[in-house]
Design a protein. Structure first.
Length: 221
C-alpha cells in the first residue's frame, strides 16, 4: 500500500477530493480526513510512514483549520490517486488550493548540569580510654581517754557540771570527673569551578517540495 497525504485550505475542496477518489473506485476505508488533538495526529501520520517532521507539520495544519486528507491506496494505483488529489487542488484557484509545507529543523545547544562525583564527610564517635592519678585525703575522728589531775579555775569551774555535747565530723575526698568538649579541627567542603569548550555536532533536516505540472496536453490534441 502507498500512503498519500495533502492539506486543503477549505473543507469543501477536501470533500470534492474524497468524492473524486470514490468515483475512481477508492472506497471510504482508503481515504479519510484527519481529526483530533495534535499529539494524536502526529502519531497517526507517523504510523502511516511519514517522517516525524512532516507529521508535525500536517498536524499543525489540521490544528490551524486546514482539512488534511490521507489516502491509503494500492501501490500500483498511487499515481492515479495522487493525480486526482492534485487535480482537485489545481482546479480551485490560488485562494482555495492545498498547502504543502516546507519544514526545516533549527539547531541549538543548551546546557544541563549533571553530577561528576563529590565528597561525603561523615562524623562518627569513638571512645578512647584515658586515666589520671589523683591523691585523695580521708580524715577520721576518734576519741581517747587520758588521765588528768588539775584544779578547775574560773569559768571552767562554773561550766563543769552543765550538760553539753561536742561533735566532730571526719571528711573524705572522692574523685569527680569533669569533661569539656572542645573543637580541635574542622573539615570544610568547597567547590572549585573550571570551564571547558566542547563542539556539538548533529544534523538538521528540512523538506524540499518540488512543483511540477501534470496532466498537460499538447495544443491541438
Amino acid at each position: 500500500m502507498a500512503n498519500l497525504i495533502i492539506a486543503y485550505n477549505d473543507r469543501n475542496i477536501a470533500d470534492r477530493a474524497i468524492a473524486a477518489l470514490r468515483d475512481e473506485g477508492f472506497g471510504d476505508a482508503h481515504v479519510r480526513i484527519l481529526k483530533g488533538a495534535t499529539a494524536k495526529l502526529v502519531a497517526e501520520i507517523s504510523d502511516c510512514g511519514f517522517a516525524e517532521a512532516d507529521a508535525r507539520a500536517y498536524a499543525k495544519a489540521a490544528g490551524d483549520g486546514k482539512a488534511v486528507v490521507v489516502a491509503d491506496v494500492p501501490e500500483d494505483q498511487s499515481d492515479l490517486a495522487q493525480s486526482i488529489l492534485d487535480g482537485v487542488t489545481s482546479g480551485t484557484g490560488p485562494d482555495n488550493g492545498g498547502a504543502m509545507p516546507n519544514v526545516e529543523e533549527e539547531f541549538s545547544v543548551g546546557k544541563v548540569k549533571t553530577t561528576n562525583g563529590g565528597v561525603r564527610v561523615t562524623s562518627s564517635v569513638r571512645e578512647t580510654p584515658v586515666e589520671a592519678t589523683v591523691t585523695l585525703r580521708t580524715e577520721t575522728v576518734g576519741a581517747e581517754r587520758r588521765e588528768a589531775n588539775r584544779p578547775l579555775e574560773g569559768d571552767e569551774a562554773k561550766a563543769a557540771f552543765k550538760e553539753k555535747t561536742i561533735e566532730m565530723m571526719g571528711t573524705r575526698e572522692e574523685a569527680e570527673v569533669h569533661k569539656e568538649a572542645r573543637v580541635v579541627g574542622e573539615v570544610e567542603l568547597r567547590k572549585e569551578a573550571s570551564e571547558r569548550q566542547t563542539t556539538v555536532k548533529d544534523t538538521v533536516r528540512k523538506t524540499h517540495v518540488e512543483v511540477e505540472r501534470i496532466g498537460d496536453r499538447a495544443a491541438g490534441k
